[in-house]
Design a binder for this molecule. Sequence first.
Ligand code: SAH
Ligand code: TYD
Ligand code: ZN
Length: 407
Amino acid sequence: MECLVCNGKTEKFIDFGMQPIANAFMTKDQMGNEYFFKMAVAYCPYCHMVQLTDQPDREKMFHENYAFFSSTSQYMQKHFQDFAQSIIEQQGLKDDSFVLEIGCNDGILLQNFHQAGIRHLGVEPSLNVAEAARAKGLNVVNEFFDKELALRTSREHGKANAIVSANVMCHIPYIHSVFEGVTTLLDEQGVFVYEDPYLGDIMSKTSFDQIYDEHVFYFSVHSVNYVASMHGMEVVDVKPQVTHGGSMRYLIAFKNQKEVSVTVKEVLGREEKQGLNHHETFLDYGRKVDVIKNDLVKTLSDLKVEGKKVVAYGATSKSTTVTNYFGITPEMIEFISDTTPTKHNKFSPGTHIPVRPYEEFHASNPDVVLLFAWNHAREIMEKEREYMLAGNRQWLVYIPEVKLVEP
Ligand code: SAH
Ligand code: TYD
Ligand code: ZN
């Protein structure tokens, strides 16, 4: 397959077979009618970008019933408050500044600029979450961000002092159109700041479940710098984040406008040591994932034989890769508990495990709780500690390895 960034010939390193849309939680009558696509990941030895070889059409993933609402996590609300604050301070943003967010979802990040009185615009193609943001008083256009939208926006609103985005850039295969849009819209002194799950963590933690339909790119500083330089920009700073199991925030500016921090050099050096710019590093990854697969399936089968009741926690997109690639079925897990109303009383994509409201979690009295939302482990384990202790219950985790954990 040709690289989406540089057109070089990429090297495939895991083939997941046919996979469904990760966020397509469905009702009973939608069941026989599911869409599957060929999912595999590849590494490009020329620009170092790790990427999906195929991706479903964007309208199949982002539409008026998008299942993920950003504001379900308290921790993420605080995280995005700090994100906004750091940009406001660093760029000295004022009322007459202009901030644009690509993929604002329900407004979890953008609301902080609004509350600080800064002129803002959110771009969000999924109508239901866009409406949730509008209900908070935010200005949102219900469209996909690309070069053409950026041109219209700059005519209407002028140049942007900051363009921000979180967990969205990795979703967009037409990355050159996005960068062309950014260079059209951004003020010469402005910054483009985005964060996404980081390839370094996906490799070191074997967090393979970040790989699913929506995530077309798995970024490193090497690959981001490569794309940015194709558009006259450069990465001027990077900040590791604990969110989504390990993310990286990239601060990108027009070339020679801002000083490049020493951290960029340091992280590039670390990436070289980790081998993120060498094909051999990726060859062994599939085998590591298969170890997790065998261990998790064996543990679930053993628990079943012992007559233990297993319930899962968090109907994440990530869990769609886990259940479908590993063959985890409703016989192994009674249901998945989740706090998102739009997922309630639906069934998981491909594997059809029921999703039940959080209110039913405690009443279900499980022996073991499989933590699908492992990226929120700290928040969730703290919240459930007493309940887990009271019933002698255990957590079952699988990243970085399969383990039963006492509360
Ligand atoms: N920023 C939020 C939401 C991430 S989910 C957070 O970090 O929690 C990804 C979001 O990207 C979805 O809301 C989806 O509708 C949006 N998206 C997908 N493609 C997009 C595009 N081309 N332009 C803008 N948003 C896009
Ligand atoms: P998340 O891991 O953020 O996303 P992804 O879909 O990108 O893998 O999703 C977390 C899911 O877990 C979301 O559906 C809400 C749910 N959740 C709970 O049910 N309880 C909680 O305490 C938290 C933090 C999340
Ligand atoms: Zn490439």
